[in-house]
Structure formats: C-alpha cells, structure tokens
Design a protein around this ligand. Structure first.
Ligand SMILES: [Zn+2]
Length: 74
C-alpha cells in the first residue's frame, strides 16, 4: 500500500475547509440590526403595564445582535 498521497490529501482538505470558512464569513448575508440601528448598543426605556409607575430598561450591548450591530439574514 502506498500512502504517499495522504499528506497532499490532508492539505487539500484543510485548504477546502479554510476556503469554505472564509467564503461563508465574507458572503454571509447580514443586515443592520434594526433594534440598535447598527450601533450594537441600546438604551431603551418603555412603560411596563404590569406596574403602575414601572419602566423596562435595557442598556448596553444590544440583546438582538449581541453588540455586533448586524444580524444575519435568515
Ligand atoms: Zn442590535
């Protein structure tokens, strides 16, 4: 049995995996997050109907895009 082709095969597979990874990163469709308007940060207040004078408050990294400012298009 001749296994001299194995290193070449491994290199080809690794290159294919890297290429598909890069392509998926570059061409993955993303759109601006509509919750933080692409900033990745939110500072939201809105009334809480369950409490007479209650307010919801979300500040900091956007919970929708995890602070990235972009969300993948489904
Ligand atoms: Zn966001």
């Amino acid at each position: 049995m001749d296994f001299s082709f194995l290193p070449t095969l491994v290199i080809v597979v690794v290159l294919l995996l890297m290429a598909s990874f890069v392509i998926s990163r570059v061409f993955r469709a993303e759109m601006k997050c509509n919750r933080c308007q692409g900033t990745g940060e939110v500072n939201e207040h809105w009334p809480d109907p369950s409490e007479p004078s209650g307010f919801h408050h979300v500040e900091g990294a956007c919970p929708k895009c995890k602070g990235r400012g972009k969300v993948p298009v489904k």
